[in-house]
Design a protein around this ligand. Structure first.
Ligand code: GDP
Length: 458
């Protein structure tokens, strides 16, 4: 993915902001210094002092569309730059025509995340809010959506700003004591630690408000089941990234069950690999294994029903599946590397009512991240909902954890009277973690990487 051209922020950028395809409307967004003048070139009747106009757009003298144009003068736009939104009729041909016309007049296609990046550069959003914009678009549950929206409104940013003030005041005091060791006024009282402890407590509360990290959140239990030889043990191994379950070509090697824990977003998931189910089985040992498997299904577990998708579905698969009717089941179409004997649609028809289908190859590792994502969502669902939630991403958690670590050290040094310079050093690194979190300080590389993972048009 191309890097964001920090050196070309004077360009006027354009992109489709709505999904491509047919619909009632398509919105094209144009941002940068030429926006108004380019809009006027296409819509000569446009009155630039009006914030919205219904205008006729022309291309090479021919009427293109009657569209609603929204005009946002700088700095009163999402990006902070002059911006025009074209609300066209929703036909991709029209969109292409308009984009082509704007490009030929000097605009350039926006890179992924470039609108939000500009909003960030122009101080309209901090990094947390920018990431929240992305989370709003990506959220798959109302719960995530609510949290992302609060974050985009600056809920977390405001709290962090006030923490920063407290932290800065303490740091300034320590630095002053080092700078002016002979000033008795600065040393009359010991360094007040309460504000620092307050910041530490607040940072840790923020970490705890992330449902995936909440200590009271329940763990998720996941059972792998299906006929023998469909690849249950291989899938367990693939998820564990080590050889724990014994994999064999001979059907029926897992006669008992195994349980293992994996961490998804720092929260444990218990995985059970079970004896293969064969409804026609009559041998005593195998029957006992199956009885144990069925016993495991008690309770509120998530079931991964594994089938070998390289072979036509067998009546046993269907029989096992129908006995799971009221359970939360994910259908795993394994061995997809060997080719598929039936399509996703057929699978959904044969195995209806699952909460998801993942086609993967346990052997090759293909599509395992999709399964991990699904497990992560299930984890969220089994943690209790709170009034105020934050869905911290890995980067945000890392910054907060470094912040809290530095604060702990600073407080310990101060309590031990270890010397001002030790305290000062930790406070500096705490501040830097906080500034990296909000994007006040951040290397260009980090920013480029973050924004380029956004969708185009954002
Ligand atoms: P289980 O009885 O359901 O636990 O199945 P195993 O994990 O023991 O796998 C049975 C056989 O299928 C072994 O030979 C595996 O190597 C093979 N196998 C498992 N997953 C895959 C896969 O995704 N692709 C291919 N080609 N072979 C697989």
């Amino acid at each position: 993915m191309s890097a964001l051209p920090t050196a070309h922020n004077d360009d006027t950028i354009v992109s489709l902001a709505t999904p491509s395809g047919r619909g009632a409307l398509s919105v094209v967004r144009l941002s940068g210094p030429l926006s108004f003048s380019l809009a006027k070139r296409l819509a000569p009747g446009l009155v630039l002092s009006r914030s919205r106009s219904l205008a006729s757009l022309f291309k090479e003298g021919r009427l293109l569309d009657r569209a609603l144009l929204l005009l946002f003068p700088s700095p009163h736009s999402f990006t902070g730059e002059e911006t025009v939104e074209f609300h066209l009729h929703g036909n991709p041909l029209l969109v292409d025509e308009l984009l082509e016309a704007l490009l030929s007049l000097g605009a350039r296609p926006a890179l992924p995340g470039e609108f939000t990046y500009r909003a960030f550069l122009n101080g309209k959003l901090d990094l947390l809010q920018a990431e929240a914009v992305d989370s709003i678009v990506r959220a798959l549950s109302l719960r995530e959506l609510r949290a992302a929206f609060q974050q985009s409104e600056g809920l977390l940013s405001k709290r962090l700003d006030s923490l920063r003030e407290d932290l800065l005041a303490c740091a300034a005091r320590v630095e002053a004591r080092m700078e002016f060791p002979e000033d008795p006024g600065l040393f009359q009282t010991p360094l007040p630690l309460d504000p620092l402890k307050g910041v530490l407590q607040a940072a840790e509360e923020i970490l705890r408000a992330s449902p995936l990290l909440a200590p009271e959140a329940e763990s998720l239990e996941v059972v792998l089941l299906g006929r023998t030889n469909v690849g249950k043990s291989s899938l367990l191994n693939a998820l564990l990234l080590k050889e724990r379950a014994l994999v064999s070509d001979l059907p029926g090697t897992t006669r008992d069950y195994l349980s293992e824990r994996i961490l998804v977003k720092s929260r444990p998931i218990t995985l059970y690999d079970t004896a293969g189910l064969d409804p026609s089985e009559s041998r005593p040992l195998e029957k006992e294994g199956m009885a144990k498997t069925l016993g495991l299904l008690e309770g509120n577990k998530l079931l991964l029903f594994v089938v070998d998708a390289s072979l036509p579905p067998s009546p046993q698969d269907r029989e096992i599946f129908s006995s799971l009717s009221d359970r939360r089941v994910v259908l795993i179409l394994n061995k997809s590397d060997l080719g598929r004997a039936f399509s996703d649609e057929e699978a959904e028809r044969l195995f209806p009512g699952t909460i998801g289908t993942v086609s993967l190859s346990a052997k090759k590792g293909t599509n395992l991240p999709l399964l991990r994502d699904l497990l992560e969502r299930e984890l969220l669902l089994c943690s209790p909902e709170r009034e105020e939630e934050l869905f911290l991403n890995r980067r945000q958690r890392f910054c907060l954890q470094s912040l809290s670590l530095s604060l702990r050290k600073a407080i310990a040094f101060a309590e031990e009277d270890a010397g001002e310079e030790f305290v000062a050093e930790e406070l500096r690194s705490a501040l830097s973690s906080l500034d990296r979190l909000t994007g006040r300080a951040g290397t260009e590389n980090l920013l480029e990487e973050l924004f380029s993972s956004f969708c185009v048009g954002k």
